[in-house]
Design a protein around this ligand. Sequence first.
Ligand code: TYM
Length: 374
Amino acid sequence: MPKKASFIVTPWEVKGEVDYEKLIREFGTTGITDDLIDRLAKHTGDIHPLLRRKVFFSHRDLDWILDKYEAGEKFFLYTGRGPSGHTHLGHLVPWFFTQWLQEKFGAELYFQMTDDEKFLHNPGLTLKDTVGYTYENALDIIACGFDPEKTFIFSDIEYSKTLYQIAVKVAKHITFSTVKAVFGFENSTNIGMAFFPAIQAVPCFLPSVLKGRNIPCLIPAAIDQDPYWRGVARAIAPKLGFYKPAQIHSKFIPGLGKGGKMSASEPETAIFTVDTPKTAHDKIMNSFTGGRATVQEQREKGGTPDICPVYHYYTVFLKDDKEVEEVYRRCKSGDLLCGEDKLRLSEVVKNFLKEHQRKREEAKKVLEKFMLRD
Ligand code: TYM
């Protein structure tokens, strides 16, 4: 786990300006090459904008997943959410991409809601809170357009009978010194957290157990979740006779403040899917930007879109590459001022939220169809 002065990335904390190349080296993952994207495109036809724009930038064994697929062995997808509050726009990044993978590969998706993890980790949350957010967040997941026939959402707390039987087999192979080294646990960490990594490893093998045959697993997520796979799931998979799970990692969508990822623990700098248009607008208008101190300076020197959250959201919410490039170019040249830029983003985000909230309401009618139960 890198804990360098300039940035920190753990499953519970992302701070500072993340150097993704450095992260690839320190986590020991592999960068996604253009060749690998071309190989993927042979199966998907088009390429998702988040891949084209290198928001998904790193992987483990994605080439192996494609080897298997090309040899006729289908994989399943696994991703998750720690329901500590409402969903924010950052969470949607891996979900949009997962939905695309599901559609293109016809893959089943197992979606873990770690209401146990969030209860254990957050002193202020009760189990009732986190299980409640499981259902609130599930509406956002369904609103992303997943296939009801192929998507299985489960709460760790409620689906525990099935999960626990696999978790103990995983846990038996993980020592305390391993989780200390991988996650930075200390003597003061509660023992629930020390056990929890076994629970997050379970879905990597769950379909193989349920169906009685080994099935390859691909996990799309931001790179903060990598320690779970590197340190636990991939390390013990061969000991239990399973394939090692493969991963595809995204970068973080920044918060509206300076540096760090969008995070529910900083609600003023996060846009939640349940925010009203006015709240979203106000947050965007108060955002940090890559702009200069004065209009004159901005006109002369241009802005710095690379460090600007406003620009980053365009890379997620605008479909057309040309429009994204245009924003970048106009910002850099000093032609585009931050006020205009924020107003436009506010419109884009408000339109997105309106549509998402409509689908979220619809999702209430079909929620139970998506839930996996013991
Ligand atoms: P959680 O709830 O912290 O995050 C849910 C998913 O969102 C990603 N993410 C982000 N992606 C882009 N930009 C951001 N600002 C941002 N913030 C969060 C996370 O990487 C994650 O993919 N322990 C997990 C739940 C979990 C899980 C999994 C996640 C269980 N099994 C398998 C991914 C894959 C958690 O608390 O995620």
